[in-house]
Design a protein around this ligand. Structure first.
Ligand code: CUA
Length: 329
């Protein structure tokens, strides 16, 4: 219970999206039924315990046997069936509603579709038909369904934004792609988690869903296509050169670039977190580049010693990366 405290927009118990609300309803129904059954059983149990306890002078009395009592057997068969039906009807109904992708497949569909590829231990987001790829921060417009096609570049992961939608597995390969939708009316930054154990940094495989108004979303898409522009300081320009030599073989800095071994960094300066988990500042960025394995064990980022990237180069690199912004501010 305590683990759920203190973080906004991370709780399935405070749903802010359509899918999460449906799942919350199911939780409430099952908990109410379970509490009712529990109370009835405890009441009968307590009554029997008090009423029929052995009193002074009682001999070895055998209680009246009810084996083969038809009425009782019908009663305790029918009640559980009814309870399970009350649970099953909305559960099956919601399961089909949540898995419904017909809106996305319709010919006149205008829903955004994002191909989500999970990697150890980060997330790649490719907006279909937009030539926009990003990572870690998934922008969505409020008030409409955004469909996500889930796959994985390595092992099985699971895509979970608890306050907006239930979890769904990312399977390796193209043959087993799961699709689910995200929909929320509330603008905000939502926490995303990997919900399938996938390696040493599974618990650190966080991402964000950033829900903005449709107008803001369109502006963001346009800004992403335009890119972050040239470095604004001399140090950042020096950082760009170091980036080109040491980092560019894995990390793209254009939203149009598809694939890539490492996360696309086009809007890195706008990100909510460093590496998905650290406060977004220059200190942490430099710490991350120096010690990626200590911060997120088992990830694929190479470690750069001071011989390879000096402290001065690191400062320049950090200034360049934090300057990669497409937001209007
Ligand atoms: Cu990816 Cu757990």
């Amino acid at each position: 219970m305590l683990a759920g405290c203190g973080r906004e927009n991370l709780s399935a118990l405070q749903p802010k999206g359509e899918g999460a609300s449906m799942l919350y309803d199911l939780m409430v129904i099952s908990i109410v039924i379970m509490i009712a059954v529990f109370l009835v059983v405890i009441a009968i149990y307590t009554y029997v315990l008090v009423r029929y306890r052995k009193k002074k002078g009682d001999q070895d009395i055998i209680p009246e046997q009810v084996e083969g009592n038809r009425n009782l057997e019908i009663l305790w068969t029918v009640i559980p069936i009814l309870l399970l039906l009350i649970l099953a009807v909305p559960t099956v109904n919601y399961t089909f509603q949540l898995a419904d992708t017909s809106e996305m497949e319709a010919e006149d569909s205008d829903n955004y579709v994002v191909d989500v590829t999970a990697n150890a231990f980060w997330w790649n987001f490719e907006y279909q038909g937009q030539e926009v790829t990003t990572s870690q921060d998934l922008y969505i417009p409020t008030g409409e369904k955004v469909f996500v096609n889930l796959s994985s570049a390595d092992v099985i992961h699971s895509f979970w934004v608890p306050a907006i939608q239930g979890k769904m597995d990312n399977n390796p390969g193209d043959s087993n792609v799961n699709t689910i939708y995200l929909e929320t009316d509330d603008e905000g930054v939502y926490w995303g988690k990997c919900a399938e154990f996938c390696g040493p940094s599974h618990a650190l495989m966080d991402f964000r869903v950033i829900a903005v108004s449709p107008e803001e979303f369109d502006a963001w898409l346009a800004n992403m296509k335009e890119g972050p522009g040239e470095p604004s300081t001399e140090i950042a320009a020096a950082g760009e050169e170091i980036f080109a030599q040491s980092c560019a073989s894995c990390h793209a800095v254009e939203a149009g670039a598809v694939g890539g071994v490492g996360p696309n960094l086009t809007s890195f300066g706008d990100r909510e977190k460093i590496a998905g988990i650290l406060e977004h500042n220059s200190e942490n960025l430099k710490e991350w580049i120096r010690n990626p394995q200590e911060i997120k064990p088992g990830n694929n980022m190479p470690q750069f010693s001071e011989d390879q990237i000096s402290d001065e180069d690191l400062d320049a690199l950090a200034e360049y990366l934090l300057g990669l912004k497409v937001s209007d501010e």
